[in-house]
Design a protein around this ligand. Structure first.
Ligand code: F6P
Length: 344
């Protein structure tokens, strides 16, 4: 083993640079390996865009958001030409093993390249959505929850002063992890997630009950993937990416509008969007990302390919990338039930 490649794929995420730094330091300092940064996820292998990474390249990046090697939502399996280019470039660059840092799409590709072409690949699970099977938590999630919680705290001010319903839409794709955690931490009066279908009438009832007990404002946290029961929701932007995902975002507007109609209470909507993914990672995410990065290099050294570094309890352990193909990890409903205690 002489040279390893690292790529970051999918949406940017706080903690990616901490993984890159950990991989580079562990590889060079502990194992005297060379590291090649593959630019913009799988796209860098399709188009042959790489750069050597040294200890110098990763100085001062631990606390920085985003990824110094770029990212994209490119799928090398989209066409046979792209796949052949990818395989040829791996040979051309003399890469002995690859560390793929990403969510279900990036790691899904890693799994296929390992299973179908025997490529020596190790994964690191990343996403603010925390929806990956096989790991208790992904890095990036904690930062997104912190940002969303702070936003909820701030929005409380206007809700209280103006006696309004304030709807806050958070990310999370088709799961409600960010909504449940930030809603619980921010004291939401109702949390709407894809895993728990609810009609607008049911939500309005919670708000009306709250009003009749003397509370003059309500904070509603809605996950972008939520669809109110009984309403035909069009997600607006039906354009899909290389992996067939539609772009979510905007459900908060519909929820806000309908709640205002049903309750006659002035309502405002805030869609947090990419603010949740930007900027400096929390200490927790920096530590988790660093542990994942070091473990991924150790896994390469011990030839544990086709696996990802995963958090199980408080341990970082290798688990098969096959886990990724088991579908998304939904919100733990025991946790949601705790949040429900505080609804209304
Ligand atoms: O998967 C991370 C995520 O931020 C989702 O929560 C969100 O639906 C999606 O990415 C947004 O993607 P993009 O940055 O391509 O708009």
């Amino acid at each position: 083993m002489k040279k390893i490649g690292i790529l970051t794929g999918g949406g940017d995420c706080p903690g990616l640079n901490a993984v890159i730094r950990a991989v580079v330091k562990r590889s060079i300092t502990t194992y005297a390996l060379e590291v090649l940064g593959i630019r913009e996820g799988w796209k860098g292998l399709v188009w042959g865009n790489v750069e050597p990474l040294t200890n110098y390249s990763v100085t001062g990046i631990l606390h920085r958001g985003g990824t110094i090697i770029g990212t994209s939502r490119t799928n090398p399996f989209k066409s046979n030409e792209d796949l052949q280019r990818t395989l040829a470039n791996i040979k051309r660059f003399g890469v002995d093993a690859i560390i793929a840092v990403g969510g279900e799409d990036t790691l899904g590709v890693a799994h296929r390249l390992f299973k179908e072409y025997g490529l020596p690949i190790v994964g690191v699970p990343k996403t603010i959505d925390n929806d990956l099977q096989g790991t208790d938590y992904t890095f990036g999630f904690d930062t997104a929850v912190h940002i969303a919680t702070e936003a909820i705290d701030r929005i409380h001010t206007t809700a209280e002063s103006h006696h309004r319903i304030m709807v806050i839409e958070v990310m999370g794709r088709h799961t409600g992890w960010i909504a449940t955690f930030s809603g619980l931490a921010g004291g939401a009066d109702c949390i709407l997630i894809p895993e728990k279908p609810m009609s607008i009438e049911e939500i309005a009832e919670i708000i009306k009950k709250r009003q009749s007990s003397g509370k003059t404002f309500s904070i509603i946290v809605v996950a972008e993937g939520f669809a109110p029961k009984g309403l035909d929701v069009k997600y607006g932007k039906e354009k899909t990416d290389d992996f067939g995902h539609i772009r979510l975002g905007g459900i908060g507007n519909l929820v806000g509008q309908k709640l205002e109609e049903l309750t006659n209470i002035e309502t405002r909507v805030t869609i947090l969007g990419h603010i949740q993914r930007g900027g400096t990672p929390t200490a927790y995410d920096r530590v988790l990302a660093t542990r994942f990065g070091v473990k991924a290099v150790d896994m390469i050294q011990s030839k544990e390919f086709g696996k990802m570094a995963s958090l199980q309890g408080n341990q970082i352990v290798p688990v098969s990338l096959e886990e990724i193909t088991r579908g998304r990890k939904n919100v733990n409903m025991e946790l949601y039930e705790i949040a429900e205690v505080f609804f209304g």
